[in-house]
Write a protein that binds this ligand. Structure first.
Ligand code: SME
Length: 307
């Protein structure tokens, strides 16, 4: 099958290029200027914010190795679709977010992911969905900018790049293994091995309780009731719960006094029922934020074999 191309505007193109270059199946990521009103713009011209161009990354990929659907899901892990003309600290129409397609057949799947994103956020997103009007590759010094300047500015948190590698490795390593407990065991091991959290593991839904599943770390309590502790709350409210300081969380269940902050991510099956939760504890305060949430949700979605 021939290579395909999709265009992502997700704020400063240095970080977006670096991110997509790390995605398996992506052959080329090229930063440039798209969908503006001038020809062959320079960075300086685009910087005036009067050209209508958005900093955009052209992603050429092998559709047999990575689907457009997956690329779009990844795009939304690194893009805030709720901030108009702003990503991170960067402001202006040149930093608007958008997905621009050069093949009209791609539109339905893009619309589908936009809808899924809105459903998850419970509100409309401002990310543009447009046909590509034009694209001009940026000047040479912008190409591979973060490889040339490893200390250079990047609006994406560093852990984004570690999580991308982890998510890809979990996917690859688990392959088509069908046993869910076995998958949970290796997901725990891979997360713990890479991220060195204090406790990483699963609790499985059994009737009215969560029951301890595969984990890495010190011994932990066997059973947690519906709505109890952080785990039971994530189950009851069907959402990821981030706790910067466990002592501040009413009803927190302390399996270890060393645990200081925590994140719990539900594991959904194909019918959107919660079958387990992924629970991670840190021995430091405020370890987890929205970046961890988004990536651990991507990883938790790999718990059940879906393909
Ligand atoms: N702290 C969790 C209990 C499980 S341990 O963190 C492993 C909670 O409050 O649900």
């Amino acid at each position: 099958m021939a290579d395909k191309t999709i265009y992502f505007a997700g704020g400063c193109f240095w970080g977006v290029e670096h991110f997509f270059k790390g995605v398996d199946g992506v052959k080329e990521a090229t930063p440039g200027y798209a969908n503006g009103n001038t020809e062959n713009p320079s960075y300086k011209e685009v910087y005036t914010d009067t050209t209508g161009h958005a900093e955009t990354v052209r992603v050429r990929y092998n559709p047999e190795r990575v689907s457009l659907y997956t690329l779009l899901k990844l795009f939304f892990t690194v893009t805030n679709p709720l901030t108009l003309n702003r990503q991170g600290h960067d402001e202006g129409t040149r930093y608007r977010s958008g997905v621009f397609y050069d093949n009209p057949e791609d539109r339905p799947v893009i619309e589908q992911v936009f809808k899924e994103t809105e459903a998850k956020l419970g509100t409309e997103i401002v990310t543009e969905l447009e046909p590509l009007k034009c694209f001009y590759p940026a000047e040479e010094y912008h190409q591979d900018y973060l490889d040339k300047n490893p200390e250079g500015y990047c609006h994406l948190p560093l852990k984004t790049f570690r999580y991308l590698r982890l998510w890809q490795d979990v996917k690859l390593f688990l392959g088509d293994e069908t046993d869910v407990v076995a998958r949970m065991a290796n997901i725990s091991a891979l997360i713990a091995g890479r991220m060195h959290f204090f406790w990483t593991g699963f609790y499985r839904v059994k009737g009215e309780q969560l029951v301890l599943g595969p984990f890495q770390g010190p011994e932990a309590c066997f059973r947690i009731g519906f709505g109890k502790g952080v785990c039971g709350t994530a189950w009851k409210e069907a959402r990821t719960v981030v706790v910067p300081d466990v002592e501040e969380f009413p009803g927190h269940i302390a399996c270890s006094s060393q645990s200081k902050s925590e994140i719990v991510v539900p594991v959904f099956d194909g019918d959107k029922q919660i079958v387990a939760v992924l629970d991670i504890d840190s021995d430091e305060y405020a370890t987890f934020d929205g970046t961890d949430a988004v990536w651990l949700e991507m990883i938790s979605a790999l718990t059940l074999r879906t393909a």
